[in-house]
Design a protein. Structure first.
Ligand code: KG4
Ligand code: ZN
Length: 342
């Protein structure tokens, strides 16, 4: 079965073709213009999706060497996300489905992240834990099957990616700052500054990153007149120390959750799971304790349409095609917290 996936929930315009959980193409066009505003501007994001969507879908089909007629179904992200951005993808997908008589499968973006490990490793066994860590979410899910998962911990304030981005802004780095901090941290000393690890000993699986942001702000105010006074090496050491604090909490809580729930496998997903230190630390710590870790390729960690097509394929295989010619679903900006269905 060949499924075309479409993802436009935030600032990535993406289309992909997946066949039997294997990616034939995964085109991701990231909108860089938002760096001038220090964050994603919803109106601009939806306008750029409108400009790009047709070309991105064409490219995904071309790379997969397929015509639209050869596709068995279309999967599209319909929640959660920026409403204007979601509307572009869902309406484009509805039009394609109507024009070419292809089943249409609405997919939850976060569920896409939760199950994205299957793009890399179709052998993952349930139950497992997924850490979804991005600019908008920092959530630990206990995943029992494709239709049964629940939140076991989540951030009480900022998401980890938001912390990277906001701290980057204070340091004078462009939005989104996560990848830049990762790069600078490679030449920095992560032990030089001891930044707070929010809720690390709280005994539950919740996260808090707003205290770290405030601590960095006070630290800078105390030690430097302005970001331009920070030397190159100081900047690298600050980045490494901030990153270490975030990674430490994410790793500790994820491994604690594996132990508490007696689960053998951890999957990481979302933009922050592209972080090189998180990838190595979570791998080392989990392996030491005998846990299996699935760390998808970076193109599957960030927002991407392959994870949407993967779930679309699964749903289409398990339900009649007729069920998917229903265009009444609506783009929905708000997330759902758990799912359990038979
Ligand atoms: O999943 P994603 O592409 O979009 C959503 O937020 O849904 O994640 C984007 C986030 C941003 O906050 C960005 O700074 C962060 O992921 N990010 C990183 C890295 N690459 C992207 N954070 C830390 N290290 C990275 N290498
Ligand atoms: Zn996402």
């Amino acid at each position: 079965m060949k499924i075309l996936g479409i993802e436009t929930s935030c600032d990535e315009t993406s289309a992909a073709v997946v066949e039997n959980s294997r990616t034939l193409s995964n085109i991701i066009s990231s909108q860089t213009v938002h760096k001038y505003y220090g964050g994603v501007v919803p109106e601009i994001a939806s306008r750029i999706h409108l400009q790009l969507i047709s070309k991105v879908v064409d490219d995904a089909l071309k790379e997969a060497n397929l015509e639209i007629n050869e596709i068995d179904g279309i999967a599209v992200t319909y929640q959660p996300g920026l409403i204007g951005s979601l509307l572009v993808g869902t309406n484009f997908a509805k039009a394609l489905s109507l024009r070419y008589s292809k089943p249409l499968i609405p997919i939850d973006h976060i569920e896409g992240h939760i199950y994205s490990g299957f793009l890399e490793n179709t052998e993952i066994e349930f139950p497992f834990i997924t850490l979804v860590v991005s600019g908008g979410h920092t959530i630990l899910y206990l995943v029992r099957s494709f239709t049964d998962y629940e939140i076991i911990g989540a951030t009480r304030d900022d998401a980890a990616g938001e912390a990277f981005d906001k701290i980057g802004k204070i340091l004078g780095l462009d939005y989104p700052a996560g990848a830049k901090i990762d790069k600078l941290a490679k030449e920095g000393n992560p032990q030089r500054f001891n930044f707070p690890r929010g809720l690390i000993n709280s005994g539950d699986f919740d996260f808090s990153f707003s205290g770290l942001k405030t601590a960095v702000r006070y630290f800078l105010e105390k030690n430097f007149k302005s970001p331009s006074d920070i030397s190159e090496q100081d900047l690298k050491d600050i980045c490494a120390s901030v990153q270490e604090a975030i990674v430490d909490v994410l790793t500790t809580k994820s491994v604690n959750a594996l132990e508490f729930y007696n689960i053998g496998t951890l999957v990481i997903a979302g933009g922050v799971s592209a972080n090189s230190r998180l990838r190595s630390k979570i791998q080392e710590t989990s392996s030491l304790k005998g846990f299996n870790v699935v760390i998808p390729k970076i193109q599957y960690c960030m927002d991407n349409a392959a994870m949407i097509a993967l779930l679309g394929e699964l749903k289409l295989k398990n339900t009649t095609q007729e069920a998917f010619f229903n265009y009444s679903f609506k783009a929905n900006p708000t997330p759902i917290r758990s799912r359990k269905s038979s």
